[in-house]
Structure formats: C-alpha cells, structure tokens
Write a protein that binds this ligand. Structure first.
Ligand code: CP
Length: 498
C-alpha cells in the first residue's frame, strides 16, 4: 500500500495524486463522521493501536483534533500536552524522548516542537510513522491538508483562483506550507500582504515564482482581500520574534475588519489557521458568524483529514490508490570524475612555485575558499606545507580562482568529498615525483554530511550545536552551488556550510 508506514513531515512528502486521494478519502470520512456511520470510520477497532502525541509547544486544535481522530478510529492515545512535568525539564534530548515512545511500542508519533526540522529528524531516527504537527517556523503539513480540503470544499477546485495570504509571512509555518502545497496546482494567483518586516522569505518567493504562480505584494490588507477568492489570514507569531518591536509595528496594520469584509467578492471565503490573539486580533470577533467566515468549519475539518492521514499511515485504508506514488529521491555518491592528464609546459606567468616532489594541488576552486579548506583539512595542524592563493589565470583574467597546494599529502576519499562539498567544480591534481599522476574534477555530491565544522545557516534548525540535540548536519544538493538542509530545508550556498 502506497501510504502504509509513511511519515508526513512536510507537504512535499505527498505527490499531487496522493494529496487529492487524501482529500477524497477525508470527504468520505467527514460524511461518515457527520452521520455517525461508525462502521465506515472505526477502522482500528480490535487492532490495539496506540498514538503518541508529543507536544513541546502549546496547541488546542492540532492536538485535540488528532486525539479525537485517533479515538474515532478506535485507537488509544498517550503522550504529553506540555513539557511541564516531563523529563524534558531535566534536560532530556528529543532523541531520547522519542526512543522511549518507540520502546513502549507506540504505533505512530504526532509531534509539535519548537526547532525547525525536528520532525524530519524524528522520521529519520525512528521506524514508525511521524506526523509533523508544527516544527518551529518551518512547516505544518497536516494543517495544510485541512486548509486545502477547506478551499476545495468552498470553491469546488484547487486550481485557477486568487489566494490571499496575509499576517505573518516570515515566521508563519502554516503560510509557508500552504504556499508550497499550491505550487503543484495550475493558475494560482497569490496576493500577499504583511508588514514589510514580516514578508515571505525570498527563497520561498523564488520557488513560488519558478512554479508559475503569479505573485502580487499589496500595500494594504484591504487591497489583498478585495482581489481574492479566499484569503488566508494568520496570527503575528510573537513567540518566534527575536525583536518584539517587530510585533508592535506589525499588529497595528494586520486586523481583518468588517469594513474590509464589505469590499470582498460575493463568493469570498475568509480562512485562518487559528488561534486569533485577542490582544492583537488578526480578525475582528464581530466577523465570527459572518457567512464568509470559514475558519470554524476549517478547524473542524482537522478531524476527518487527520483521521484519514492516521488511517493511511497505519495501513487501515489506501489499498484502492492508483495514482502516482511518492518516490524517495535516490542519492548518488558519485562526485569524482577522472580527467585525462595533459602534460603542460611550466608556466612562467604565475608566481606560485609548483610542487617539486609529492603532494596535491586543488585548482579552480571558488575564490577565497582556500583558507577555509586549509582549516577543514587541518593542513596547518598536520604541519604540511601549503600555499593558498587566489589568482587570476592569464587565459581568463575575468575569472578569479582559488588554488591550494599541499606538499607531502594525499587526500582520502572522505577528504575529497569535503572539498567537493565546499567548492564543487574544482579539480584535484595528484603530484608524484614532480609529475601529475592523477587528475579529478569534483562535483557536489547529492548528499553532504560529515564535513568537519559544517553547520546549517538557520539558527532555529535542530542540527545546530547550540540546541544540544546531537543531530549531525546533513545537506542535500539543491542546484549548482546550492545545498538545502536535510532537516529544516534551509537553502544555502556551499560556502555558507562551514
Ligand atoms: N492551527 C493550529 O495549529 O492551532 P493550534 O496551535 O491550536 O494547534
């Protein structure tokens, strides 16, 4: 079965066919729940299935709707709703807490955690399905599935419409996941509004534009609302802001009022993942019973969608799925290309003395990477003789390249992988008795890990050492000289990883 034992850590864990299948099944489940058709939804009866809900952050809707969904299926639930009273307060790592729930033979884990990438780490670490109920400012995929369900229920389609996203586009994980999910659909025109300090991250905007979305950034919430079929309003995420003056500025311009509602299209729908902060309301409470206010129905849709997600991952439904299944991308370990050796006469126009006897020359590096590589390869500590230089090759004076020459040194395959990760495209020459005996071009491996000193640039990522979670950084190739963090998805240039 395509869904059995699968994790849901990010919305891209599902293909578009799988997403549509989940929404169709959730529609059936919603009907069954409304009509108390117990036979249709109590799929886990007699199977002794146990879900662990591990909530390191506050929640009403996500935790309760998962709990209700599990109970309606006929599952038992355990876990915690807050770290108060748990051994997390004694300094226990996420890894050890997860290990306990696996040892107690839980069948799946539903977790909310403040660190970006924590759910991906959990999925990598454990063999049971992990549901990401929100990881830091990163993603909230089960919220997104209920959001897609609600949009489709309201508009009858998930393509060719105007979507507004407003509020906190910088820290709001629900806004990020929804934008990512809708990249797969045709004809989405996105209208953004936020305080300028809470704008959508540029790398996400770039991805949205590349996917074909039309993006308009509006100067007022009124402008965004009047141009949309559905507007997804979000709360200003005060708890994630390092600088609270950001919050004070943003909250004054972010309320969706009755006056704005009056200007919306006849079939308009107002959504919100909730909660609304009563101290700085993102929606005026007078709108709660307005026929265009969808957010109560939207929250209620959390039960049939999450019930479906649980049932699929636990193998209780999904055997009639016939669409395109998700395929894990296969990582290639190939990063070394052997090049022919061409004898070249000694150059007189460069001031660098060639290696006379034995050693390696790393050439055509990204400029100014030599110093970093000497540290990473511990050249000084090994008392090797090295020369690092950023030179202008005479043949291409417009190009600046880095070179590193290390005498009496061979590079192991692991070290070559490090060089390839930091400076893809470079060449490595092996010198023996003053002659080039081997020449390689190094490219960025699909998977980059074990590079000494490597770190994700996102300070909120679970792999950062200051969080003391003992999660080794791991990067995935994301373009020519770009990598993305395996855990939190942060896109980085290769020279940012050490
Ligand atoms: N939408 C949402 O995540 O709500 P809770 O924080 O109440 O779970």
């Amino acid at each position: 079965m395509a869904f059995a034992n699968r994790d849901l850590t990010g919305i891209q864990d599902f293909t578009i066919d799988e997403t549509m299948y989940v929404l169709d099944k959730a529609t059936e489940m919603k009907h069954a729940l409304l009509h108390k058709d117990v036979q249709r939804y109590r799929l886990a009866d007699g199977r002794d299935l146990l879900a662990a809900l591990l909530f390191y952050e506050n929640s009403t809707r996500t935790r309760t709707s998962f709990e209700v969904a599990a109970q309606r299926l006929g599952m038992n639930v355990t876990g915690f709703a807050s770290v108060e009273g748990t051994s997390v307060k004694k300094g226990e790592s996420l890894r050890h807490t997860l290990d306990m729930y696996e040892a107690y033979l839980c069948d799946c884990i539903i977790m909310r955690h403040p660190l970006d990438g924590s759910a991906r780490f959990a999925a990598d670490h454990l063999g049971i399905p992990i549901f990401n109920a929100g990881d830091g400012k990163h993603e909230h995929p089960t919220q997104t599935l209920l959001d897609l369900f609600t949009i489709r229920e309201h508009l009858g389609r998930l393509h060719n419409f105007d979507l507004g996203i407003s509020g906190d586009l910088k820290y709001g994980r629900t806004a990020h996941s929804l934008a990512i999910a809708l990249m797969a659909f045709e004809g989405i025109r996105v209208h953004l509004f936020s305080h300028p300090s809470l704008a959508m991250p540029q790398e996400l905007l770039d991805m949205m534009a590349e996917s074909g979305m039309e993006i308009t950034v509006h100067e007022t919430l009124m402008d965004a609302a009047r141009n949309t079929d559905v507007l997804y309003q979000t709360r200003i995420q005060k708890e994630r802001m390092p600088d609270l003056s950001e919050y004070d500025k943003a909250k004054t311009i972010s309320e969706f009022t009755e006056k704005i509602m009056e200007k919306t299209r006849p079939h308009f729908g107002l959504m919100h993942p909730l909660p609304v902060d009563k101290g700085a309301p993102s929606i005026a409470s007078a709108l709660d019973k307005h026929p265009k206010a969808l957010y109560k129905t939207q929250a209620g849709n959390g039960v049939p969608t999450r019930l479906t997600e649980l049932a699929l991952a636990l193998g209780l439904m999904g055997d009639d799925f016939t669409g395109e299944p998700f395929r894990e991308s296969q990582c290639s370990e190939d990063f070394i290309e052997v090049l022919p050796i061409r004898e070249k006469p000694l150059r007189q126009d460069v001031s660098i003395r060639p290696i006379r006897n034995n050693g390696v020359v790393v050439d055509h590096m990204a400029p100014y990477m030599e110093e970093i590589l000497t540290q990473v390869l511990k050249v000084r500590e090994r008392r090797d003789i090295y020369r690092a230089a950023t030179v202008k090759p005479a043949s291409r004076p417009e190009d600046i390249k880095g070179m590193l020459m290390i005498e009496d040194r061979r590079l192991t395959e692991h070290e070559l992988k490090i060089v390839a990760s930091i400076s893809p495209g470079c060449t490595v020459n092996i010198i023996e008795n003053g002659t080039v005996t081997g020449k390689f071009r190094l490219s960025l491996p699909d998977k980059v890990c074990d590079v000494p000193g490597m770190m994700c640039a996102n300070k909120g990522c679970i792999s950062r050492p200051e969080h003391q979670e003992s999660v080794s950084p791991r990067m995935m190739k994301a373009g020519d000289r770009r990598v993305s963090c395996f855990y939190c998805g942060q896109i980085m240039h290769t020279n940012q990883i050490v």
